[in-house]
Write a protein that binds this ligand. Structure first.
Ligand code: CP3
Length: 344
């Protein structure tokens, strides 16, 4: 279906009403999500249950009519498939077994050994490719190597990615082994998602902003370039969205350097800055503050109109600057969509 609105934007078309989806659109702010998660048992069981993972992916499409559905899974399934232990502590977040020395790395599996663990995810994609409305685009995803490595090396989320930076400086060889393995595994993982029916893939580099200067080039830009180049070789028509969150000036030229078709912007940059510095090279995605989904009202309406207007001269996919939070009000999501689609 070449005329889905998201695919048009990713091909570079300017549209009077931009297509919209939302990061974490299947999530805890929705009562129907919480019910299905309870049915599955816990978050990871939900990720590995194709029927239920497809169900939660479809819930926000049914409720709001977004233009894209994003596969329900998590970026930390890849380290788990490589042999790391992974569990989620309620109210705190992920925990993983860590890698501190070469022998820990040597115990990991190879890039081609991930599919047994990840096959339920490919099954979810297959179900979604069948069940989604024909106008809805199916987005697959993976974490970028650096962001996934920050969790693998620390064993948890960290405010400053300290353990990953420490290894990068203290044992660069081991650090690069981890990055290189994740780069290759991510290619195989996304390749399988595409073969199962994903029409677009997105690479989430949530912690790209803590890499500066040469480190940003080596560990945010270069892995994204390698992944993009190889996926484009295998699947020339599948668009790729890059999200080097909080990259600041690193957003400038990111699409040209990596080959991604679209760059997702967070809220640390203004729409004016994004239009002038990033949209000049092609499609952008973003960048409404997630807090509007909690507060709603005139502030939300104003910013939705402002973002639409500011990006109206080029290809744009409307989205938040980061994921919606559990305390958000679903009525504000509906208000965002209604405001976006009103005739200007
Ligand atoms: O966007 C979507 O709706 C698709 C599904 C998706 C999830 N995680 C589901 C999820 C996607 C694309 C992700 C990406 C992800 N996961 C990232 C990158 C994007 C970002 O937010 O920066 C990261 C860093 C992770 C790792 C992760 N997963 C953390 C740190 C946490 C705990 C924090 C939290 O919000 O609770 C998760 C859990 C998680 N992943 C939830 C969901 C819906 C909440 C789990 C629950 O239901 O209890």
């Amino acid at each position: 279906m070449a005329d889905k609105t998201i695919l048009k934007a990713l091909r570079g078309e300017t549209q009077s009403v931009p297509p919209i989806w939302m990061m974490r659109q299947a999530g805890r702010y929705l009562p129907e999500y919480r019910a299905t998660r309870a049915q599955a048992g816990d978050f990871l069981k939900l990720c590995y249950n194709p029927e239920l993972a497809a169900e939660v992916t479809l819930q926000p499409i049914r409720r709001f009519g977004f233009d894209a559905a994003i596969l329900f899974a998590d970026i930390l399934l890849v380290p788990q498939a490589l042999g790391a232990e992974l569990w989620f502590v309620t109210g705190e977040g992920p925990r993983l077994s860590t890698i501190t020395q070469q022998s820990d790395f040597n115990a990991l599996k190879g890039k081609d050994d991930i599919h047994k663990v990840l096959s339920p995810v490919y099954e979810t994609v297959k179900i979604l490719a069948q069940e989604l409305p024909k106008e809805t685009t199916l987005i697959g995803f993976a974490g970028a190597p650096w962001t996934v490595a920050t969790y693998m090396l620390a064993g948890r989320g960290t405010p400053d990615q300290g353990p990953a930076h420490a290894l990068r400086e203290g044992n660069n060889e081991l650090f690069e082994n981890v990055i290189n393995l994740l780069t290759l595994a991510t290619i195989e993982y996304l390749d399988m998602q595409i073969r199962a029916g994903a029409e677009v893939v997105k690479i989430f580099d949530s912690w790209a902003g803590s890499l500066k200067g040469e480190a940003f080039e080596k560990y945010a830009v270069e892995p994204a370039r390698i992944i993009t180049q190889e996926l484009k070789r295998r699947h020339p028509n599948v668009p790729i969205i890059g999200f080097p969150r909080e990259a600041g000036d690193g957003y400038i030229g990111f699409a040209k350097k990596t080959g991604v078709d679209c760059v997702a912007l967070d809220n640390s940059v203004s729409p004016e800055w994004g239009a002038a510095n990033v949209q000049v090279d092609g499609c952008v995605q973003g960048n409404l503050k997630s807090s509007h989904m909690v507060t709603g009202g005139q502030g939300l309406i104003h910013d939705v109109r402002h973002i639409r207007e500011t990006f109206s001269k080029g290809p744009h996919i409307f989205n938040l600057g980061h994921g919606i939070t559990p305390d958000a009000d679903p009525d504000n999501v509906a208000l965002m969509i209604e405001t976006l689609r009103e005739t200007a």
